[in-house]
Write a new protein. Structure first.
Length: 116
């Protein structure tokens, strides 16, 4: 399934710490997100999730398990995904990336999407 992963200014990936969640872009923005660290030689996905992106990223900025990777510079991207596909997309992302901060496994059929 094609999705459009959001980038920030200058077509760069968005640092989680500087994303302005008060921006109108986030009004009614629902979908999936992906948080990762550049980690030098070993970048890794820290978390994936779904829901209202503003609320989810606000929670991620306060989550001690995610912020434990802050020193490795956290980045984030998100994509609008219809509610009926989100759980499947999330299952696909979690299986593909095996995030460091995991959620309980979803018992849904994965829905493949273009990866960022």
């Amino acid at each position: 399934m094609p999705v459009r992963w959001v980038k920030c200014n200058n077509d760069d990936w968005c640092p989680l710490s500087t994303v302005k969640l008060s921006h109108p872009h986030f009004n009614d923005m629902e979908g999936v997100y992906l948080i990762w660290h550049d980690g030098g030689r070993e970048p890794a996905v820290v978390a994936v999730g779904e829901g209202y992106i503003r609320d989810e990223l606000r929670a991620a900025k306060r989550d001690p398990a995610i912020q434990a990777y802050h020193h490795l510079k956290l980045y984030v991207t998100w994509a609008r995904v219809a509610t009926r596909y989100r759980q499947g997309v999330l299952a696909y992302l979690a299986a593909h990336y095996e995030p460091k901060v995991s959620r309980p496994a979803l018992l849904v059929e994965p829905v493949a999407v273009e990866l960022p």
